[in-house]
Structures are given as structure tokens and as C-alpha cells.
Design a protein around this ligand. Structure first.
Ligand code: DQA
Length: 145
């Protein structure tokens, strides 16, 4: 089964970006791990990252058209993008929302709301980059049903 792991804005700077919050693993390392975790689970994982909302919308449209399951870290868009809300509503295969930090435990009020959660079968947050492995496990459970 093909799976798209889609990462939104600023996640390309993982490893250098606020390591006290997001850790020291780079996006390239995360992508490599996701591919390996996928292989261990019989999934063909493709990892993409963009800082451009329209690009992310195109990828979600592709996932909808091709009925591909998605692991999505929409980063800051999570909290306010109704365009992403509408794009996620069109997905047919399961969507798992992931965050490296736990947005609900962070001081900024704007992080406490997600437009992705209504469309997700599950949310994995606060487990660092291991959360992506957990998200793939959740997907496997849902795909088996
Ligand atoms: C994030 C949490 C968001 O609030 C933040 O805007 C991000 C990353 C996370 O993975 O913890 O960019 O999605």
C-alpha cells in the first residue's frame, strides 16, 4: 500500500528549528526513517515537505484522487487553514494527524485548535519524530479493516 507522509511549513528546518521543542532529527533523517518504518509494515511511504499552502493542497487533491492514505503534519496551517480543512474533507482513505510537539500543552492559545482533527481517524502528538512511526501503525490498523 502506498502512503503519503506530508509535512507543512517550517518542518524542512527540523533539526535546526527550535531543537528544544522539535528535537535534533533533520527532515532528511525523518524521511529516511519513515520509509524504513513503512517497509517494515509493507507500506510504500513517500515523504514530502512544503512551505507553500497551494502545493500542499495539490498533494492532498492527489491523495484524494488516488485514494492514498495520508499521515499529515500540517504544522501552523493546522490551526487556521480552512483550505486544508476542505482538502482533508475530500480524502477517502484514512488520514492520521501528527505533531512532533503536543500543541495542546503549549502556551500559545492558537495551537489549541486543529482544523485537521475533524477529518482524522487519529491524532498522534507529543511523541517527537517517533510519532510518525506510531501514525503509520494507526494507519495499518485502519487499512486492515
Ligand atoms: C507542529 C505544531 C504546530 O503548532 C507548529 O506550528 C508546527 C509544528 C508539531 O509538529 O509539533 O510547525 O505541527
Amino acid at each position: 500500500t502506498r502512503v503519503l507522509v506530508l509535512n507543512g511549513p517550517n518542518l524542512g528546518r527540523l533539526g535546526r528549528r527550535q531543537p528544544e521543542i522539535y528535537g535534533t532529527t533533520t527532515h532528511a533523517e525523518l524521511a529516511h526513517r519513515c520509509v524504513e518504518w513503512g517497509l517494515e509494515r509493507g507500506l510504500a511511504v513517500e515523504v514530502r515537505q512544503t512551505n507553500h499552502e497551494g502545493v500542499m493542497l495539490d498533494w492532498l487533491g492527489e491523495a484524494a484522487d488516488e485514494r492514498v492514505p495520508v499521515v499529515l503534519n500540517a504544522a501552523a496551517w493546522t490551526h487556521y487553514s480552512y483550505a486544508l480543512y476542505d482538502a482533508c474533507a475530500q480524502l477517502e482513505a484514512p488520514l492520521v494527524e501528527v505533531h512532533i510537539s503536543q500543541p495542546k500543552d503549549r502556551p500559545e492559545e492558537f495551537r489549541h485548535h486543529s482544523v485537521i482533527t475533524p477529518h482524522a481517524v487519529s491524532v498522534v502528538a507529543g511523541h517527537g519524530v517517533e510519532g510518525y512511526r506510531m501514525a503509520l501503525d494507526v494507519l495499518v490498523e485502519h487499512l486492515g479493516q
